[in-house]
Design a protein around this ligand. Structure first.
Ligand SMILES: Cc1cc2nc3c(=O)[nH]c(=O)nc-3n(C[C@H](O)[C@H](O)[C@H](O)COP(=O)(O)OP(=O)(O)OC[C@H]3O[C@@H](n4cnc5c(N)ncnc54)[C@H](O)[C@@H]3O)c2cc1C
Length: 493
């Protein structure tokens, strides 16, 4: 008897059952479909990811599994290498078609996909990859990108008829192949410090944002404490695909007419476009994971000073706002945009360290780690794209502007809990008597600042970056970057 023909839907960072083109494709086919998610050892071992990410994924999968039961379907979850598993499956079945979303990922997944594509071709297996995040593969320039984006986003959601999908029958052979017992127990343990994965949590967050929190979006976006409630907090759900960008955009558009906070919603909607814009950038130039986008900056920052990088990573720089932000993101996986930018600015400008010393580490802390946004933003803040305005954040000013009462600092840097608000932003100004009074002896209870003079470090970074901008190679690279990644501009006569 010949092998049974099957199709496979391979879930990756698209952990939902709605607006899902691969599921729609599977529902249009006659053959039984194996629904599959793989915890891949190469990603679990990669220093881009940590338990927080896999827990979020696991929570999303459990919810999908429960819902699929209503359709007599099962989501098969295993922990093993993708190439090996597909080979094993093809031994007991005849795989006709694999349906998945395109992935704009790190080098590891890019190489995996290249290898798989070759093998699928050799074996006569069709791999149908559907675009995601409105990202266009193989794009050479940005002409019409925005109008194309709008067109894709305005299309109706691709909701699958789950009832039309026929599952693959359970068998001992299949069970033997799928190594589900290797899924680490830690991924299965809930942790209330982090946002929970799954479509239900994602829709709750979206509803709550639209109907209760969006009205304060613009007011709260910059301050690290209020941003936790004032921003949408949708980013992990978008990263791991509990919701598609289209679902969120369309939902916000439906609500827009009746909304009393149109300006806030417009800001929010433009960020949904930025989401795709940055991923598109990475899709078109993935070497950004390792190298400066603008090659003219390659000789800018040289020596790595491990102690400084370590203090930044540990949240022990002696700058309260830097330390509070770092400790908070390590504990919760979240930080608002401005404070992420400030952390990068401190590392790359004030400490003058190459961005590569911190990019993976910080990505690993973000529950919403999205390679395309992360690497683009990291380089933008480090000034190695060349085409953006140079922005060097003063951590003391940020602290005074966005946490004037020191509440966020006190929450994350308990060593400073007794220091009055007016003194908390610059503890190095405390006299010996004040240090005793407020139980905060510098160098003992809380570190002395890692930089003696923040104005000097600002000046050095600013001079070097502005001088660089004038160099021929940087200018030439800027032209290339603008042509490739930015909307084509009209020629002026
Ligand atoms: C150094 C650095 C690294 C970053 N890394 C990531 C990352 O790995 N993953 C990630 O999703 N965002 C990243 N961002 C962008 C931004 O900080 C987060 O998207 C945002 O803070 C998430 O919170 P929110 O969902 O409440 O956002 P909201 O302000 O409610 O925005 C809604 C959505 O729009 C998108 N968005 C918002 N701001 C940006 C932005 N500046 N660029 C691109 N998309 C944006 C996100 O998908 C977000 O969920 C990074 C920013 C910096 C400066």
């Amino acid at each position: 008897m010949g092998k049974e023909s099957i199709n496979i839907v391979w879930f990756k960072r698209d952990l939902r059952l709605r607006d899902h083109a691969p599921l729609v494709n599977a529902s249009n086919e006659q053959a039984p479909t194996l629904l599959l998610y793989l915890f891949e050892p190469m990603l679990i071992e990669s220093n881009h990811y940590g338990d927080r990410h896999w827990r979020f994924v696991y929570e999303s999968l459990v919810e999908m599994q429960q819902e699929l039961q209503d359709y007599n379907l099962k989501l098969h979850i295993a922990c093993q290498d993708a190439s090996e598993l597909f080979r094993d499956l093809n031994r007991i079945y005849k795989i006709k078609c694999v349906f998945s979303h395109e992935e704009t990922g790190i080098d590891l997944t890019f190489k995996r996909d290249k290898k798989l594509k070759k093998w699928f071709r050799e074996e006569g297996i069709r791999w149908i990859e559907s675009p995601t995040n409105a990202v266009q593969r193989g794009l050479m320039h940005r002409k019409n990108w925005r109008s194309n984006w709008q067109e894709i986003i305005d299309q109706p959601a691709e909701d699958p008829g789950l009832g039309l999908i026929q599952g693959v029958a359970e068998s001992a052979k299949l069970k033997d192949i799928l190594q589900s017992s290797r899924i680490t127990k830690r991924f299965k343990q809930p942790n209330p410090n982090f946002q929970q994965g799954g479509e239900a949590a994602a829709w709750n967050t979206l509803n709550d944002f639209m109907f209760a929190r969006a009205k304060n979006y613009n007011n709260n976006i910059s301050a690290p404490g209020p941003a936790r409630y004032g921003c949408s907090r949708l980013s992990p759900h978008l990263t791991w695909g509990n919701l598609s960008i289209r679902q969120v955009y369309r939902f916000s558009k439906e609500y827009y007419t009746d909304s009393g906070s149109k300006r806030d919603l417009r800001s929010f909607q433009s960020r949904l476009r930025w989401h795709c814009h940055f991923i598109q950038k990475f899709e078109s130039e993935p070497r950004m994971e390792f190298e400066n986008l603008n090659r003219g900056y390659n000789d800018l920052r040289g020596k790595v000073e491990r102690e400084k990088v370590q203090a930044w990573k540990m949240g022990t720089t002696g700058f309260p706002m830097i330390d509070a932000c770092m400790r908070s993101v390590k504990q919760t996986g979240y930080l608002n945009f401005r404070m992420r930018a400030m952390l990068v600015s401190f590392l790359t400008h004030h400490l003058w360290q190459p961005w590569q010393t911190g990019a993976r580490f910080l990505g690993r802390q973000f529950l919403d780690f999205e390679p395309g946004i992360h690497y683009s933003q990291f380089q933008m803040q480090a000034g190695t794209m060349g085409v953006n305005t140079i922005r060097i954040y003063n951590p003391v000013k940020q602290s005074k502007d966005h946490d004037p009462d020191g509440l966020f600092i006190k929450e994350w840097v308990p060593e400073l809990k007794d220091v009055p608000a007016e003194l908390i932003h610059e503890p190095w100004q405390l006299s010996s008597m004040e240090q005793e009074m407020y139980d905060c002896r510098l160098g003992k209870d809380y570190p002395k600042p890692i930089i003696d003079d923040i104005k000097k470090s600002y000046k050095r970074a600013s001079e070097q970056l502005w001088n660089k901008k004038k160099e021929q190679e940087v200018k030439q690279e800027n032209k290339r970057i603008l042509n490739k990644h930015v909307k084509k501009r009209r020629k002026t006569s």
